[in-house]
Design a binder for this molecule. Structure first.
Ligand SMILES: [Zn+2]
Length: 211
């Protein structure tokens, strides 16, 4: 079992390699690695990320086969199946780090803000089910000065949505709550920047040790 803080460090280092373009060798995705993993998996982190094509989780953390248990859904929202996925990986493979990964310029966040601020095209019930999960965490921002600054509004809304998801994971499941209290599980929030390629951990993650 890989402790949560060690897992977090691996993600930080991998993301730095990605952003600096000093990625690992191809061994992470080699046929040899593939063969090795037929015996089983022990993903060191579970990542709930957005489906956005610009945020492929293994690539931005420079990880290979068998390293990450990835749950991707538009807007990195938490519905029962996402909670179930986290419970599953934690119980079955002893994964102790869970990351909710939002990103800059998230289309789901933008669509939710558009819906709150004006008439928009009609969407299906299924798309609504996603927007409706984002809305509660972002609508309060429209009552602040941020409503005059669209870029800042989106930035804050992305983070508010990540915080809502981490909160739901931490408190929406007895299994996860128990693992946090007694088994060293850590649920953290992070944002990936499309502009820099860097991931910033900002919710529940201890500061990085320097040196
Ligand atoms: Zn997105």
């Amino acid at each position: 079992m890989i402790p949560a803080l060690e897992a977090l460090q691996r993600l930080r280092e991998g993301n730095r390699r990605f952003a600096d373009d000093t990625r690992s060798s191809e061994s992470l995705i080699s046929p040899g690695r593939r063969a090795e993993l037929t015996a089983g998996q022990e993903p060191f982190a579970a990542i709930l990320g957005c489906s956005d094509s610009r945020v492929p989780v293994e690539i931005i953390f420079d990880q290979g086969l068998g390293d990450l248990f990835v749950i991707r859904v538009a807007g990195n929202i938490v519905a029962p199946s996402q909670i179930g996925s986290v419970e599953f990986v934690a119980e079955r493979f002893k994964t102790r780090l869970v990351v909710v990964l939002g990103h800059s310029q998230c289309g789901v966040i933008q669509a939710t803000l558009e819906q709150l601020t004006g008439p928009t095209e009609r969407r299906s019930r299924n798309v609504h089910s996603i927007v409706n999960r984002v809305r509660p965490s972002v609508e309060g921002l429209l009552e602040t000065g941020l409503r005059h600054d669209y870029d800042a509004l989106v930035h804050h809304a992305v983070r508010a949505n990540v915080r809502a998801s981490t909160n739901q994971l931490r408190h929406g499941s007895q299994v996860i709550e128990q693992m946090i209290q007694t088994e060293g599980m850590l649920v953290v929030g992070a944002e990936y920047s499309l502009e820099t390629g860097l991931v910033e951990f900002f919710d529940g993650a201890p500061d990085e040790e320097v040196g």
